[in-house]
Write a protein that binds this ligand. Sequence first.
Ligand code: LLP
Length: 421
Amino acid sequence: MKIQNGQIYLENVPVTLIAQTYGTPTYVYEENRIRDNFRRALNAFRKYYPNFRFFYAIKANNNLAVANILRQEGAGIDAASINEILLAQKLGLGGDNVMFSGNFLSDDDIQQGLKSGVIFNLDDISILPRVLKYGKPEFLSFRLNPGYGACEVGDFVCNGGPNAKFGVHPDQIMDAYRMAKEAGIKRFGAHMMPGSCIRDPEYFKFITGLLMDNIGKVGKELGIDFEFIDLGGGLGIPYKHEDAPLDIDKAAQLVAEIFTEKLNEYDLKPPRLMMEPARYFVGDAGYVVGTVHSIKNSYKRIIGTDVSMNTLARPAMYGAYHHIYVNGREDEARKPVGLCGQVCENTDFWVKERMLPEGITLGDIIVVENAGAYGYAMSYQYNGRLKPAEVLVNGDKHWLIRQRETIEDLVRNVTVPDHLK
Ligand code: LLP
């Protein structure tokens, strides 16, 4: 993003052109920023541990145009569901390039997961006998819940520790791998994902130590050579402008140091080191472009926009902060106002008070920052509001990569029995 003479550009495309061409609200992704984010992180980790690879957690943004950028950069796919495995297949990825990390699987999930031939990452020891009823996965890992988790978005997004539903308890991890080995499974990995959006490099060191202490004992006692060890996602981005970015080089260095130290301590063959981030790659490369449609002066002054909670769910869901720019007015003096969307719920009053340009008026274009991860992917149709369009920009080029929904999308799967017509 850049601002020139007051006008906001995404890469080199003016947001006014986006709004005129595609309407609003529209998600826009900067291709070069996604590539830069990916390369910065990959170079940092490979610098300290060359046998390193990223899988992209496609749940954060499953637009195939976006996912293809990351595939081109060399990422595999972390899939949370059977449909995400199918999305990976649409990218031409399968086998060892995809990991299935579903949780609380149904028997149908298990059968389809086995059929797909991807790496099976089990969230609980109880799943293994259920898997073995249907077949033997070639390549298996368990997701450890190391008894600790963290997230800067708040407890909502904390994926580890006693209050998380995820992962195998440390007391069960040895038995889990023993059972798998005795069943004749030959290829193993190890995994955890205890937190999301962390900007403290020490956290990554800490959780790597936790995983290695659990997995190291398993490797040693059962004679398992892990082919990969996956630290999950969690690489954070600053949502507030006063927050510092993650020092990715430092995180990579600290992780590689403790990783190598623990490999030696437990006498493990050096495996591939992996992570499966999403937010770090796509979060700050995505924006929502919206329009100011209505302004109310009542108990408060409230700016009404078409960026509603169904368009961007994070503020209403987690109290998450997203910075807002107003096109053409960034140089103006500021006044405290509220800002909302158009849904009939008060959680849609998603900015209760913020300093925004004082001249903000009907028809102004707003740009909501850091919306590339868990933005469109968590949008929905409440209040009959349709899911927005998605656009990719690269230099001064722009492409529609997902059409805005229409009324047909609201009724597509609905049938009305004859007696009600
Ligand atoms: N791997 C697994 C198994 C995951 O569950 C997740 C995210 C990731 C990787 C990617 O994590 P990341 O690098 O993006 O932190 N909706 C929330 C975030 C939920 C995270 C869910 N799991 C938000 O909007 O902040």
